[in-house]
Design a protein around this ligand. Structure first.
Ligand SMILES: NC(=O)c1ccc[n+]([C@@H]2O[C@H](COP(=O)([O-])OP(=O)(O)OC[C@H]3O[C@@H](n4cnc5c(N)ncnc54)[C@H](OP(=O)(O)O)[C@@H]3O)[C@@H](O)[C@H]2O)c1
Length: 244
């Protein structure tokens, strides 16, 4: 085994800003080789310049048609793939039930996500090991009238990951499948004036890395959001409709 084989390699889909960018920074600090993606090339280049030996970039839109070839060439640049994290996401309120907004969220959070999660699961099955994670949301737990497509798309991500965890178990494959459901993390995406229990981005990213390391199947960021998730699931519709 060559020394480079021992370096953990990570791909973060959606790492030009927010949680994905902080995850990339922390993995590089840990000595990993990290492949980062996003649509904003100037940001990818700026991040790569901070540590060119440990960062590779791939500029693409997950709603496009080139996801898999671009990912494959990113893996080639890294030499191998140990961890893939899907952080790309759009979360816009759709108060007037705007189809263009809903379509954008479905294309990014459902279509792009599924194509990449499907590819990485099969990649790790063939390789015999690996870890994958998605940054879903606490919104996955119930329909939300302010952002119907967002809550539905996050529910899709969480269910898809649960299904993959069962699939890996049935196939007896050594693949860590971690579904992350944050409440509010302090990035530009966390909008609105009703935010509470906001977690600083670095703290959130550290908790996420820890969960992925430990191969946790499901994690709430921060942990107290577990209670909100249970409450949301349990609440009868007649009560929930006043909040959701
Ligand atoms: N912040 C929160 O409170 C919170 C709470 C729960 C869940 N989350 C989830 O956490 C994830 C990360 O969000 P964040 O808070 O870090 O927001 P953010 O700063 O807006 O980051 C979103 C990332 O997704 C990428 N992205 C968006 N659309 C894309 C597309 N079509 N193709 C490729 N990349 C795309 C963006 O890169 P480009 O613009 O360069 O393409 C960016 O790097 C999202 O999935 C979000 O739903 C966030």
């Amino acid at each position: 085994m060559s020394p480079t084989d021992q370096i953990t390699t990570v791909i973060i889909i959606g790492a030009t800003s927010g949680i994905g960018r902080k995850l990339a920074e922390l993995y590089v600090q840990k000595g990993c080789k990290v492949g980062i993606t996003g649509r904003r090339k100037e940001l990818l280049v700026e991040i790569q310049k901070t540590n060119p030996d440990h960062i590779e970039i791939a500029c693409f839109d997950v709603t496009g048609k080139e996801n898999i070839p671009v990912l494959e060439s990113l893996v080639q640049k890294l030499g191998k793939l140990d961890i893939l994290i899907y952080s790309s996401g759009i979360g816009e309120p759709s108060k007037e039930l705007d189809w263009q907004l809903d379509k954008l969220m479905v294309n990014t959070n459902v279509s792009g996500f599924t194509e990449i999660a499907n590819w990485s699961f099969n990649y790790f099955v063939n390789q015999g090991h690996g870890k994958m994670a998605v940054i879903s949301s606490i919104a996955a737990n119930r329909g939300n009238s302010w952002a119907p497509a967002y809550s539905a798309s996050k529910s899709f991500q969480s269910n898809y990951f649960e299904a993959l965890a069962i699939k890996a178990y049935r196939m007896k494959k050594n693949i860590g499948i971690t579904c992350i459901e944050p409440g509010f993390v302090d990035t530009k995406m966390a909008k609105g004036n009703k935010r509470f229990w906001i977690v600083p981005t670095e703290k959130a990213a550290r908790q996420m890395i820890n969960a992925i390391d430990k191969r946790k199947r499901k994690v709430y960021i921060s942990r107290r959001w577990w209670f909100i998730a249970k409450l949301m699931k349990w609440m009868p519709f007649g009560i929930y409709k006043r909040f959701g």
